[in-house]
Design a protein around this ligand. Structure first.
Ligand SMILES: [Cu+2]
Length: 69
């Protein structure tokens, strides 16, 4: 299963790393790919992770989630 998250607030590769690490810490997340240019994170899941959990992880890291699909 895959999800695509659009994120506001990333401005450099450090931001990308913060988002990537926040997502990798979640149980069920298998892999994470973050694009600064496209303002998205694409995650591969090996079990369902609900959108609220994903949103909270990114917001706790200091960024804003604008959509999850
Ligand atoms: Cu940054």
């Amino acid at each position: 299963m895959k999800k695509k998250i659009t994120i506001e607030g990333m401005s450099c590769q450090n931001c990308v790393r913060h988002v990537k690490e926040a997502l990798e810490e979640l149980a069920g997340v298998q892999s994470v790919n973050v694009s600064l240019e496209r303002k998205i994170a694409e995650i591969e899941l090996n079990q369902d992770v609900d959108n609220e959990t994903i949103k909270a992880a990114i917001e706790d890291a200091g960024y804003e989630v604008t959509s999850i699909s």
